[in-house]
Unconditional design. Structure first.
Length: 253
C-alpha cells in the first residue's frame, strides 16, 4: 500500500507537463495541500478551472531570488510544522543553440539560469521544509510521502546516449547541457541528503507535445503524464539518485 504525500509543490504548473501533473495529483484524496506555481497566476486559467480547495496557486519566477524568497515564505505559512513532502521541479525552457550558432553568452547564461541555477537555488531554499517532513517518520525508508525532490530532466541530458551531437530534431546544445547539470545535481542531492531521508530522482518524461516539445513530439500529455505520476508513487530507497524514463526504466547518465 503506497501512501500519499500530504503536501506537494509543482513548479511551472500553468501549462504543459506541470499542469497535467497537477491534474493527475488532484485525483489522490490523500494529498492535503498542492502548491502550484505560475509566473502570472492571474492568467493561469487552466489551473483556476481545476477548482479544488487543496490547490494554492502562487506566483514564482524561478530566475528571481526575490520571487523565490516570497514564494518560500508563503509555502512555510501554508505547510507549517508538517514541512513539505514533495518538490517537483518542472519549470523549464529550451533555447535553440548548436556548436555552429553565433556565440551568445547571454543565451547560454539565460538557459542555465532557468533550467539549472534556479532549480538549485529553489531546492536549497526549500530544504529546511523537506527536512522537517522527513524527520517526522522513523526508519531509513525513502518515498514521496516522506520527503522527495523530483527533477524533470530530459532524455537529451544523457551523455552516454548522445549520438546526435548538438543537433537533434532541433538545435539543443544549451538545453541538453543545462539538463545534464540537473542530473548531476540530482545525484549529488541523493548522496548528500540520504542521511536526512530525502529522496532525489530525475526523469525523462518522453518527447511530449507541449509549447516546449512542439507539435511533432511523439506523445500527447494524456498518453505520457499519468504513467509518470504513477511512477512517482513507486519510488523508494532503491531509486535514490537515479535517472528514469517515465515508466521507471533506468536511463544511463
Ligand atoms: P512548456 O513550455 O509547456 O511549460 C514550461 C513551464 O515552465 C511553463 O509553466 C512556464 O511558465 C514555466 N517556466 C518557464 N520559464 C520559467 C521561469 N523563468 N520561471 C517560472 N516558470 C517558468 O514545457 P513542458 O511542459 O514541455 O516542459 C516542462 C518541463 O519538462 C521542462 O523542464 C522541460 O525541459 C521538461 N521536458 C519536456 C519535454 C517535452 O517533450 N515537452 C521532454 C523532456 C523534458 P510560463 O507559462 O509563464 O512561460
Amino acid at each position: 500500500m503506497v501512501s500519499s504525500p500530504k503536501s506537494v509543490i509543482v513548479t511551472g504548473a500553468n501549462r504543459g507537463i506541470g499542469l497535467t501533473i497537477v491534474k493527475e495529483l488532484v485525483k489522490d484524496s490523500g494529498i492535503k495541500t498542492l502548491i502550484v506555481t505560475a509566473r502570472d497566476p492571474k492568467t493561469a486559467t487552466d489551473l483556476h478551472s481545476i477548482k479544488d480547495p487543496r490547490i494554492h496557486i502562487l506566483p514564482l519566477e524561478v530566475t528571481s531570488d526575490e520571487s523565490i524568497d516570497r514564494f518560500v515564505d508563503q509555502v512555510k505559512k501554508i505547510v507549517g510544522d508538517d514541512g513539505l513532502n514533495c518538490l517537483i521541479n518542472n519549470a523549464g525552457a529550451a533555447f535553440h543553440y548548436t556548436t555552429n550558432s553565433t556565440p551568445s553568452r547571454s543565451l547560454l547564461t539565460e538557459q542555465f539560469d532557468v533550467n539549472t541555477v534556479s532549480v538549485v537555488i529553489l531546492t536549497q531554499k526549500l530544504l529546511p521544509l523537506l527536512r522537517k517532513s522527513a524527520s517526522r517518520s522513523t526508519g531509513d525508508h525513502l518515498s514521496i510521502s516522506r520527503s522527495a525532490i523530483l527533477n524533470i530532466s530530459s532524455g537529451l541530458a544523457s551523455i552516454a546516449d548522445n549520438t546526435f551531437g548538438s543537433t537533434t530534431a532541433v538545435p539543443m546544445l544549451a538545453y541538453a547541457m543545462s539538463k545534464t547539470a540537473i542530473n548531476q545535481f540530482t545525484k549529488m542531492l541523493s548522496i548528500d541528503l540520504k542521511k536526512d531521508h530525502i529522496l532525489a530522482v530525475c526523469f525523462e518524461p518522453g518527447w511530449i507535445k507541449t509549447n516546449l516539445g512542439g507539435p511533432m513530439a511523439q506523445f500527447t500529455l494524456e498518453e505520457a503524464i499519468p504513467t509518470l505520476v504513477e511512477t512517482f508513487y513507486k519510488l523508494n530507497e532503491s531509486h535514490n539518485g537515479g535517472y528514469f524514463y517515465r515508466d521507471l526504466k533506468p536511463l544511463p547518465y
